[in-house]
Design a protein around this ligand. Structure first.
Ligand code: NAP
Length: 258
């Protein structure tokens, strides 16, 4: 019997993950779309929008039981995972020693630990032609003062994705890291509630990031930096010493009293 062809998207309740989830059925031949985030109501709303069966999995991926529930479901259903998108993630922009312990642990738990374990849970169900898309950030390319831990988690995502992509080449499975610049989503409500970071030279639309992601999924790249400003920033982080890059970033911010 032919296996059910599915895509799994974490962080599908809003922002970049939601745009990618909504765009997948038109681009891939899927029997089901599995969507993960904590907000079950927003995940269920996707059902009204899309023409394929949507399985809403309201999981908090920082909880051990959520990863086990995903593993159990995969074991029961034995699907073929054509696409896995890891878009669940968050940041906190604050001086490092002022970040609450729950967030200091939470960023690592969601951005690194959960992403790693979801990849591991999914891989036995991937086959030749499957693709894993991990949403990293341009912050992965440089240290970011006042976003220090967040940037470090994204450097982890980028390095993990590129190396695993090489490992999986013989199986015909790809891993693509997407490195967006500032993007207009709910991310900032959680990351920058205290307006610690004040200078945003450019804000991309999540639909633009999703479209660039879809294009990159068709190519053989292991990472993509969507947009001109993002690409220019990336190039500067390659050319200039990071001490200078950090000094310029700090000079742009209004970090009085910090
Ligand atoms: N916006 C930017 O400027 C920017 C730039 C570069 C990279 N990124 C990255 O892009 C990805 C998507 O972020 P976004 O900008 O689209 O922000 P967003 O709109 O806030 O989306 C974040 C997603 O993560 C989910 N999430 C948060 N905590 C979770 C948890 N404990 N368990 C499961 N899911 C959880 C959220 O859903 P629930 O709240 O319903 O759980 C939501 O669906 C993130 O990895 C972010 O780091 C964003």
């Amino acid at each position: 019997m032919k296996k059910k062809q599915i895509a799994i998207v974490t962080g599908a309740s809003s922002g970049i993950g939601r745009r990618i989830a909504a765009g997948l059925p038109a681009r891939y031949s899927l029997d089901e779309l599995w969507v993960i985030a904590r907000s079950g109501d927003k995940l269920r709303a996707l059902r009204e929008e899309l023409n394929i069966p949507v399985r809403a999995l309201p999981f908090d991926l920082t909880k051990e039981e959520s990863i086990s529930a995903l593993r159990t479901l995969l074991k029961e259903e034995q699907p073929e995972i054509k696409v896995l998108v890891n878009a669940s993630g968050y940041g906190k922009f604050e001086r490092f020693d002022r970040i609450a312990e729950t967030d200091a642990a939470g960023m690592v738990d969601l951005n690194c630990r959960a992403l790693t374990l979801v990849m591991q849970a999914a891989l036995p169900y991937c086959a030749k032609g499957s693709i894993i898309v991990n949403i990293a950030s341009v912050a992965a390319f440089q240290p970011v003062p006042f976003g220090a831990e967040y940037a470090a988690t994204k450097a982890y995502v980028l390095a993990l994705s590129r190396a695993v992509n090489k490992e999986l080449r013989p199986r015909g499975i790809r891993v693509l890291a997407v490195c967006p610049y500032w993007t207009k989503t709910d991310f900032f409500d959680r990351a920058n509630g205290d307006n610690v970071i004040t200078h945003f030279d450019c804000m991309y639309d999540p639909a633009f990031i999703a479209n660039k992601t879809f294009k990159a999924m068709k190519k053989k790249k292991d990472y993509v930096v969507p947009g001109f400003v993002a690409k220019a920033t990336h190039a500067l982080t390659k050319l200039l010493p990071h001490s200078l890059v950090m000094r310029v970033f700090l000079a742009q911010q209004h970090l009085n009293n910090k």
